[in-house]
Design a protein around this ligand. Structure first.
Ligand code: PLP
Length: 461
């Protein structure tokens, strides 16, 4: 019997939550009239709330995190055993799971070499920025310190991570921001800045080169990019884009930092999103799917060449990476991550993502055929988006409230889907799907069926 099937009364929990908990990304006024949702149990791809309602979770914990699904006892046991044996020591010392997980992770990332542990995607990105800045100081007299980021990408919630994010909804009212971060144009072909063209990917990459030349190549140290833009609209890279970006980075001696916080560990059908595009990053950051939400862990992974910049000048007392993350030393993270990776391998989840991703994409194209409101369908593996428009010809985005109405209707049907964030250009109109990597055709049919009904309802009235 699941908790939710018991006759527990959670009204006190709900009232305490209403009185004392400040929810993320939430306007709390609504809780004066509706109860806050409390999730109390999960199993596989399903979750139950405190009122006993069961949901199919098509967004893996709301934010692309619970990749191997809920209720994984072997991960919980690995974490428990590690905590009883050795829960914590500052990461200036190592740990058994840290050593084992790093080896396993690097085996999946040819060309990469070193793993730096912290706790969240934002923090992993901040570590990467500090690495870039310190190399600029050690090697280029402080000059090559600028970091480029892309419109519509998101890299985290701390002020500097926000400074490198291209989403107005997250940034508005939190400035002033950290200097030295410069925006480059997005690469959403559906929203082409150059009209219809055969070489959109090349044009979008050359737009980055233009910014580099404007800023001065000797001032630019790195560029941070999502392999597939997540919250900014599930934007898959256009043909030719990544090769050109890599070429431009090489030409101007700019480090390529790929933010795999969402795509990392299986979401797109390969271990990492960048591995679809035959590129060689210098820095890769990851967080959400690393331990599927069973422990807080993030990693900043670098090549040996980047690492050596901090090792090869021992006579300078300031040249090592003078950074620490207290809870980067909690051994629960790598213990959970190691077991998470074992599950992905043992259950052939990358194959499942590829097969189920293709099936989902097919079904979503079916929705596009049926509903005029669906302007574009995009995705990679089990990471898909449906962009909603008022008119297919003008591509005018639907109002945010329309996307939210579809999300709400699916929720009422027992299916949790998401919608993307507003960018500077008002594209807050993309429905977002990212079910657990274990999902089945039946799960996907249920998800698509719910969206189908919701779209019918929303467009009818
Ligand atoms: N990078 C990307 C691509 C993200 O989507 C997010 C969070 O959604 C982050 C970084 C920040 O991660 P965290 O919320 O763990 O700090």
């Amino acid at each position: 019997m699941t908790l939710s099937e018991q006759t527990n009364d959670f009204s006190e929990v709900i009232e305490n939550d209403r009185a004392h908990v400040w929810h993320h990304l939430s306007q709390h006024k609504k809780y004066e009239t509706v109860d806050p949702m409390i999730m109390i149990e999960g199993k596989g791809i399903h979750v139950w709330d405190a009122k006993g309602n069961k949901y199919l979770d098509a967004v893996s914990g709301g934010v692309w995190t619970v990749n191997v699904g809920y209720g994984r006892e072997t991960i919980a046991n690995a974490v428990r055993d590690q905590l009883v044996k050795m829960n914590y020591f500052a990461q200036s010392a190592g740990s058994i799971p840290g050593s084992q997980f790093s080896k396993k992770l690097i085996e999946k990332m040819p060309g990469m070499s070193r793993v730096y542990f912290s706790n969240s995607g934002s923090e992993a990105n901040e570590k990467a920025y500090k690495i870039v800045r310190q190399i600029a100081h050690n090697k280029y007299g402080g000059k090559k310190h600028k970091i480029l980021y892309r419109d519509r990408d998101y890299h985290g919630t701390t002020i500097t991570a926000l400074s490198s994010s291209g989403q107005a909804q997250r940034k508005d009212q939190y400035g002033p921001f950290t200097p030295g971060f410069v925006e480059v144009p997005h690469c959403c072909e559906y929203r082409s800045q150059y009209g219809e063209c055969d070489d959109y990917g090349i044009k979008a990459a050359l737009a980055i080169e233009e910014v580099i030349l404007r800023e001065g190549p000797d001032t630019v140290g790195a560029i941070v990019l999502e392999p597939v833009t997540a919250g900014g609209g599930v934007i898959t890279p256009p043909e030719g884009y990544w090769q050109k970006v890599q070429e431009i980075c090489k030409k101007y001696d700019i480090l390529l930092h790929i933010d795999e916080v969402v795509c990392g560990l299986g979401r797109t059908g390969k271990w990492f999103g960048y591995q679809h595009y035959d590129i060689k990053p210098d820095i890769v950051t990851m967080a959400k799917g690393v331990a599927s939400g069973y422990a807080a862990i993030s990693c900043t992974v670098t090549t040996e060449a980047v690492f050596n910049e901090f090792k090869n000048n021992p006579s300078d007392p300031m040249s090592y990476f003078r950074d620490i993350s207290t809870f980067g030393g909690c051994a629960a993270g790598p213990a959970a991550a190691l077991e998470n990776m074992r599950i992905i391998e043992e259950e052939n989840l990358l194959d499942n993502v590829t097969r189920m991703g293709a099936y989902l994409m097919d079904r979503l194209h079916g929705l596009k055929d049926k509903h005029q409101i669906v302007g574009d369908v995009r995705g990679k593996g089990l990471f898909c988006g449906l962009e909603l428009v008022v008119d297919r010809k003008t591509k005018q985005p639907v109002d945010e409230s329309v996307a939210q109405a579809v999300v709400a209707d699916c929720f009422a049907q027992g299916v949790i889907i998401g919608a993307t964030n507003r960018s500077l250009h008002g594209h807050n109109n993309t429905l977002c799907l990212s079910p657990a990597l274990i999902c089945t055709k039946a799960n996907l049919d249920e998800i698509v069926g719910a969206i189908d009904k919701a779209l019918t309802k929303v467009t009818a009235g």
